[in-house]
Ligand binder design. Structure first.
Ligand SMILES: [Fe+2]
Length: 361
């Protein structure tokens, strides 16, 4: 399944999936229906079950697919965008209802370390998947009543199977938190982007203040912040601090600076450069060795670049990691270091020169 573009604070409006069809989230499930779904789940799994196995998740999706009274009246089929609805979320699993029209598919993705299962409740679906050993890709058809279960690391692309409209029930354990999308390349499937999942606690899926969903959300929020030391800055603070000392360059200004002695340093990983491309003349230095290559005092330095007056312009994909890296370079004495505002993606959007990835970095 593919829910990854539902970001924090989502209104449930149509979302777009990189390289794939759009997604739209259905309206919330009433508290009564949530309770009915939770009741059905209690019949299928122990209420205090922790992380569920693929076999347990298979029992969940198969069991709920057979309980049409719990979901059939909620389904919306939209020929333009894929539609989904969060049905349940607890600490052990989340459950989703998805509708499929002819031609709709998810694109290649994993499930962020969660195990999962889906069962076809109406129509048919096709699944392309990567064999657990990696490498070879396989395809299977799933008709109504059929489903699959998988462990962490499963990568697949699910599509409508042809014929009439399809509906499916999906379950994940632990609940989906993030998903990575992959792009097929001559090298195999390459990770292209990772996105956070807002999950059923999103605006339209919240279901009310006193529901189990709201409790689970509050519990998760508490777990994520309680253990932090006092005064520990968040990433937003770190970013603001880093950028406060940088004269960041938009792509056109960076391009002009290159003709005046500046050097672009590309810190993106190989997988990202394969997917996105590279900038001619940019020097590729992996983020994990950046300081050692550019510190004038380092034995592993690149002499031509590791100078206090070097005009280094760090670039990443979108211009976030590059700000932190450039700030660190300034801290170790490269007083002219800065970064590319908007990153490679802004450079490409500005129509500036790029070419397919060539260097290993
Ligand atoms: Fe999936």
């Amino acid at each position: 399944m593919s829910l990854a573009t539902v970001s924090a604070g989502s209104t449930g409006a149509q979302q777009s999936v990189p390289g794939g069809a759009g997604l739209t989230q259905g309206r919330g499930v009433s508290p009564e229906r949530q309770q009915a779904v939770a009741g059905a789940l209690r019949d299928l799994i122990h209420p205090r079950a922790g992380r569920l196995s693929p076999a347990q998740l298979r029992a969940v999706t198969l069991g709920l697919a057979g309980r049409r009274e719990l979901w059939a009246d909620l389904v919306v089929h939209d020929p333009d965008v894929r539609w989904y609805l969060p049905l349940h979320r607890s600490e052990s699993c989340d459950v989703w209802l998805l509708a499929w029209e002819r031609g709709q598919n998810t694109d290649w993705h994993d499930h962020g370390g969660s195990s999962g299962s889906f069962t076809v409740a109406e129509g048919s679906l096709a699944e392309q998947y990567r064999a657990p050993s990696g490498g070879r890709l396989s395809r299977r058809m799933l008709d109504v009543g059929m489903g699959i279960a998988f462990g962490p690391g499963h990568v697949h692309d699910v599509s409508h199977g042809g014929g009439s409209r399809a509906t499916s029930i999906h379950a994940y354990s632990p609940p989906l938190m993030a998903m990575t999308y992959y792009k097929p390349t001559p090298y195999g499937l390459i990770a292209a982007s990772t996105m956070a999942i807002d999950g059923p606690e999103g605006d339209r899926g919240r279901g009310g203040a006193d529901t189990a969903l709201a409790d689970a959300t509050a519990s998760a929020a508490g777990l994520s912040s309680d253990a932090l030391p006092a005064n520990a800055p968040g990433i937003d603070e770190l970013m603001a601090e880093a950028r406060s000392g940088l004269a960041r360059l938009r792509p056109e200004a960076a391009f002009a600076a290159l003709t005046d002695g500046a050097v672009l340093v590309d810190i993106r990983p190989l997988e990202q450069r394969i997917v996105e491309g590279e900038i001619p003349g940019a020097i590729v230095i992996s983020r994990n060795v950046l300081e050692w290559r550019l510190d004038p005092r380092s034995e592993a330095r690149i002499p031509a670049l590791a100078r206090a007056d070097a005009r280094i312009i760090v670039l990443c994909s979108q211009g976030y990691a590059s700000s932190l890296a450039a700030a660190t370079l300034r801290r170790i004495g490269l007083r002219e270091a800065t970064d590319l505002d908007g990153g490679f993606q802004a450079w490409k959007a500005a129509g500036l020169p790029t070419h397919p990835a060539r260097s290993l970095g």
